[in-house]
Ligand binder design. Structure first.
Ligand code: ADP
Length: 594
C-alpha cells in the first residue's frame, strides 16, 4: 500500500502534522504548567508578606509572649479554600502557635500531616523554601498542595515560621484540559491532513496514473492516445510534453510503417529472393521467391537445416568464416542463381545477422551459353567448307589440274562449298540485322495466294529435280495480310524448301492457306522423313539440325527455321510444328488477317 506515491504523500503529511502538533503541544502544556506554578508561588509569597505586614503581633520580638494576639491576627487573615496557614514558633518542637484550623494549635509542626517536614527543615537556615511535592502529582485521591515555609527573623534570630500550603489542583486540571484540547486539535488536524493529503496526492498521482495507462496502451501499439492537460504547472507541462511525444512518435511510426510497407512490397514482388538470418541461424524474414526457392514452409525453420538441402557449403559457420561477405553460384530446379550475402548491423553496431540475395541469372547464363555456342557453331560451319575448298585447291595445284575431268569435278565442289559459305554468311547477316533491329520491315498489304503461288514457282525446279509433287491449294483468293514482302517470301521459301529437302524423291509437298477466325493459316506439309519428338522444340534454334551430317550434305545451314521464326515474330505471327518420324512434317504459319 505504501509503495504508491499517494499513500506515501499522505503518510509523510500525517507524520509531519503529528510531529508538529506533538512538539507544540508538549511545549505549550509544559509552559502553561510552569507559568501557573510560578504565578501560584508569587501569590503565596505576596500573601505571606501581606500577613507579616498587616499583623503587628508578628512584628514583635518574642512571639510566645503574644500568641493570643497572633492568633487573633491570623483569624482576620483571608485564607483561600483548601488553604492552610500555620504560624510555627522556632522552639525545639516547632510548636504551632496559630493557624487556619484551631485544632492543631499547640502541636508540634512535625506531627502535622499537612506540613511538609522537608520544607520546614530546609527553612531552618533562614531561606524561604517552596515546593510542589512531586510524589503527589498523580495521586488523584489526595489533593495536590504547594508548600511554603517562610522564616521570620529579628536581629539575625529566627522567631518562627509562617507556613502556608495551598491546593494547586486547579493548575493540573487546567494543564490536563489544555492537553485534552491539544489532543483533540491534533486528531482533527490529522483527519484534515489525511483528507487534504488525499486531495493533493490525487491531484499529482491522478495525471501520473493517466499517463501510465496511456503509456501502457501506447506500448501495445495504440498511438491514438492524448492526455487531458488541466493545469500549467509541472504536471501540466509533463502532460503537454507527453502529448507532443505521442504526436512525434505517431509521425515517426507512420513514416516507419510506410517505409516498412514499401520495403515489404518491394521484397514481396521483387524477382530476386531475399532471406534474412540472425547470427543464431534463425530465419527472420524470407520473401516469396526465397521461400519458394528454399522450399520454406514456415519461418521457424533453422537456416542451416534449409540450406543444407540445396547448398551445404553455405551453412552459417561457413558464411561466418567469411565475415558474412561473399558470393556463390547456386543451381536449383534447372535455374541458376547468383547468391550474394552481406552482414547487417544491430543497434549496438555489432553484426546482427546476414542478408542473402538470390538473383536468378538463368536467362543471362543461357544467353552467355548461346553466345559461346553460336561462335563455336559459326566457326565450325565455316571451317568445313574452308577445309574442303583448301584441300581441293591444293590437290588441283599438285597436278590434278592437268586432268580435265577431275579438275572440273573439283572446281564444282569448290563452287558449291563457296555457295554454301555465301548462303551461311548471308543467313548470319540477316539474323544479326534482325537481332539488332536493323531490318527495316516494309510492311504492306499482301495477297497471300499471289505470294504463295510466286514462291511455289521458285521452288518448282527444286521439286522437279527431286521428283516431288507440289500441291498448292487456296481456300479463297482474297486473303490479305500486312507483311514485309521479302520476309513473307523468305518464310515460305525456308519452310517449303525444307519440306522438299527432307522428303524422299517421289514424295509430296502440300501448301494450303485458309482463313481461321481473324488469321490466315498457311500450312506447309510433307510426307518426308519427319522430325523425332525430342527434337521438335529445338529445330527453331540457330544451327540446330536433327541429323547433323546428313542435313549438312543437303546444303542446310541450320538457320532457315530460326530466321523464319524471327521474321514471323516481328509480324505478330506464329509458327506451329507438327511432325511424325518417317511420316511427315507440317508447319503452320498463322498471320493476323486484314
Ligand atoms: P537447315 O538449313 O539445316 O534446313 P533449318 O533451320 O531450316 O536448317 O532446319 C533445322 C533442322 O530441322 C533441319 O536440319 C532438319 O533436321 C529439320 N527439319 C526442318 N524441316 C524439316 C522437314 N520438313 N522435315 C524433316 N526435318 C526437317
Amino acid at each position: 500500500m505504501f509503495k504508491s506515491i499517494r499513500w506515501r504523500f499522505i503518510l509523510i503529511y500525517f507524520l509531519l502534522v503529528f510531529l508538529a502538533m506533538s512538539i507544540v503541544g508538549i511545549f505549550i502544556v509544559a509552559q502553561l504548567e510552569n507559568i501557573q506554578l510560578e504565578m501560584n508561588k508569587k501569590s503565596i509569597e505576596d500573601r505571606v508578606r501581606f500577613i507579616l505586614e498587616t499583623s503587628n503581633a508578628l512584628k514583635t520580638k518574642n512571639w510566645d509572649e503574644n500568641i493570643a494576639e497572633i492568633q487573633e491576627n491570623i483569624k482576620t487573615t483571608q485564607i483561600g479554600y483548601n488553604e492552610n496557614l500555620y504560624i510555627i514558633l522556632n522552639d525545639k518542637q516547632k510548636t504551632i502557635i496559630a493557624g487556619s484550623s484551631e485544632g492543631i494549635i499547640g502541636q508540634s509542626a512535625f506531627n502535622i500531616a499537612q506540613i511538609n517536614n522537608y520544607i520546614l527543615t530546609k527553612s531552618f537556615d533562614g531561606s524561604t523554601e517552596h515546593i510542589v511535592p512531586l510524589d503527589q502529582y498523580d495521586d488523584s485521591e489526595n489533593p495536590i498542595f504547594c508548600h511554603m515555609s517562610y522564616p521570620v527573623e529579628t536581629d539575625g534570630n529566627i522567631k518562627g515560621y509562617i507556613y502556608l500550603s495551598t491546593n494547586i489542583e486547579y493548575i493540573y486540571d487546567t494543564v490536563n484540559q489544555s492537553r485534552d484540547i491539544l489532543t483533540r486539535a491534533t486528531v482533527i488536524a490529522l483527519t484534515v491532513t489525511i483528507f487534504l493529503g488525499m486531495i493533493l496526492s490525487s491531484s499529482i498521482t491522478g495525471p501520473i496514473k493517466e499517463l501510465t495507462v496511456k503509456a501502457r496502451q501506447m506500448s501495445k501499439g495504440d498511438f491514438e492516445q492524448k492526455v487531458s492537460v488541466k493545469s500549467n504547472d509541472e504536471i501540466g507541462q509533463l502532460g503537454t510534453t507527453f502529448n507532443f511525444l505521442i504526436d512525434e512518435l505517431k509521425k515517426s511510426m507512420s513514416n516507419l510503417q510506410q517505409e516498412k510497407s514499401k520495403m515489404e512490397t518491394t521484397f514481396k514482388y521483387m524477382a530476386d529472393g531475399v532471406l534474412t538470418v540472425d547470427t543464431n541461424g534463425n530465419i527472420i524474414h524470407a520473401n516469396p521467391v526465397a521461400k519458394k526457392l528454399l522450399s520454406l514452409a514456415d519461418e521457424d525453420e533453422k537456416y542451416d537445416d534449409v540450406v543444407m538441402k540445396i547448398k551445404d557449403n553455405m551453412v552459417l559457420t561457413n558464411l561466418k568464416s567469411k565475415n558474412y561477405h561473399g558470393t556463390e553460384i547456386l543451381e536449383q530446379d534447372r535455374e541458376t542463381y547468383y547468391v550474394d550475402y552481406a552482414p547487417f548491423m544491430n543497434n549496438k553496431n555489432e553484426v546482427g545477422g546476414v542478408i542473402i540475395v538470390f538473383k536468378n541469372v538463368t536467362e543471362q547464363y543461357k544467353i552467355d551459353k548461346l553466345q559461346k555456342e553460336f561462335v563455336a557453331n559459326v566457326s565450325h560451319e565455316l571451317k568445313t567448307p574452308i577445309t574442303t575448298i583448301k584441300s581441293y585447291a591444293e590437290t588441283l595445284l599438285d597436278g590434278a589440274l592437268e586432268e580435265k575431268q577431275i579438275a572440273e569435278d573439283f572446281l564444282n565442289v569448290i563452287n558449291s562449298e563457296s555457295d554454301r559459305m555465301s548462303r551461311l554468311v548471308s543467313d548470319l547477316l540477316r539474323l544479326s540485322r534482325m537481332d539488332y533491329d536493323q531490318t527495316k520491315w516494309k510492311k504492306e498489304k499482301l495477297n497471300v495466294s499471289e505470294m504463295i503461288n510466286q514462291a511455289a514457282k521458285k521452288l518448282s525446279i527444286q521439286a522437279r529435280n527431286k521428283n516431288i509433287d507440289m500441291h498448292v491449294n487456296m481456300d479463297a483468293e482474297d486473303m490479305y495480310v500486312f507483311f514485309d514482302k521479302d520476309g513473307f517470301e523468305q518464310i515460305i521459301l525456308n519452310i517449303a524448301g525444307n519440306a522438299i529437302k527432307y522428303t524422299h524423291s517421289g514424295g509430296n509437298v502440300w501448301i494450303n492457306a485458309h482463313i481461321e477466325n481473324k488469321s490466315i493459316a498457311i500450312g506447309i506439309r510433307d510426307d518426308g522423313i519427319g522430325i523425332p519428338k525430342e527434337d521438335e522444340a529445338r529445330v527453331f534454334e540457330r544451327f540446330y539440325r536433327v541429323d547433323k551430317a546428313r542435313t549438312r550434305e543437303m546444303g542446310g545451314t541450320g538457320l532457315g527455321l530460326s530466321i523464319a521464326k524471327q521474321i514471323a515474330e516481328a509480324h505478330n505471327s506464329t509458327l506451329t510444328l507438327n511432325s511424325e518420324l518417317n511420316k511427315g512434317t507440317e508447319i503452320v504459319i498463322t498471320i493476323p488477317k486484314i
